[in-house]
Design a protein around this ligand. Structure first.
Ligand SMILES: [Fe+2]
Ligand SMILES: [Fe+2]
Length: 272
């Protein structure tokens, strides 16, 4: 089973640039077109939050239009730039949108092929940081207990500190309690996150947790405490997670025009 993960699409109203510089709409359209060139095609596309930039209904409508060429099952979760009501309304036709069990939180569980996917809502309205409160974690615990199928958790804020100090400052509260819940359920096979706008991996309760790059702007990699809160236009990308023989293997796809591919061999001989 092949999962494509896109994250932090930050769609704005048509014609507006994110932070006055980034054409997130064009970059997402390029990413979507690239996903559809994959062979084999992914079995599902997950988008791990910060779907739009200001939580506005028009932004979600434009996002929906950008995603229309994806003729694949699609799972979306909210990030700190999202707004639950507008998000739910515009994507109300999606199957997962009917599966959230809280009136407050956009959380759902859906089975696709061999895997179960649990979407978590780490949003705190109007704040950059995220939270998993007791109610959300109790739901996660119950939902994980309901099926022993291998399960991928989708959540916007990462459940680990990254060392990028300004991002850790708007990280996830409730990390330790989340790790305790995950530790109780050994069928959690992967935790896929966003928010960091770059690929980072860490082990949480014995499970690989990771963040994905954005198809638009990336957060500056800076591990010093005084690294400025800034972004860079490093090559954008998305990830492909391959579930095979009980193991998840993850690949980074870099978007852009690059030379190659070139052969290693000519007439069966390594090129010297
Ligand atoms: Fe983001
Ligand atoms: Fe975020």
């Amino acid at each position: 089973m092949l999962i494509a993960q896109i994250s932090d699409t930050h769609i704005k109203q048509s014609g507006s640039l994110a932070y006055g510089r980034v054409d997130t709409e064009r970059m997402l359209r390029d990413c979507v077109a690239h996903v559809m060139t994959q062979n084999p095609l992914p079995d599902v596309v997950v988008i791990t939050g910060d779907l739009v930039d200001f939580g506005q209904a028009q932004e979600y409508e434009l996002l929906k239009d950008c995603l229309a060429p994806l003729t694949l099952p699609l799972l979306l979760i909210a990030g700190n730039h999202d707004e639950r009501q507008n998000f739910r309304q515009v994507f109300s036709e999606e199957r997962w949108a009917h599966l959230h069990q809280h009136p407050e939180f956009v959380q759902y569980a859906v089975t696709l092929g061999e895997l179960r996917f649990i979407g978590l809502d780490t949003l705190i309205p109007f704040e950059g940081g995220g939270m998993l409160c007791e109610k959300r974690l109790a739901w996660l615990d119950e939902t994980l207990a309901a099926s022993k199928q291998p399960t991928v958790i989708l959540m916007h804020h990462a459940p680990f500190l990254t060392g990028i100090v300004h991002m850790d400052a708007i990280g996830l509260s409730g990390r330790a309690a989340f790790a305790e819940v995950v530790a109780k359920h050994p069928h959690v096979c992967r935790i896929l996150c966003g928010h960091l706008h770059r690929p980072i991996q860490a082990c949480v309760a014995g499970v690989m947790a990771s963040t994905a790059p954005s198809p638009a702007h990336q957060v500056l990699l800076g591990l010093l405490p005084d690294t400025p809160d800034s972004f860079v236009m490093e090559p954008p990308g998305y990830q492909l997670h391959l579930w095979r023989e009980g193991q998840m293997v993850s690949h980074q796809v870099v978007l852009g025009d690059f030379a190659g591919p070139y052969p290693f061999r000519e007439d069966g001989q390594l090129i010297q």
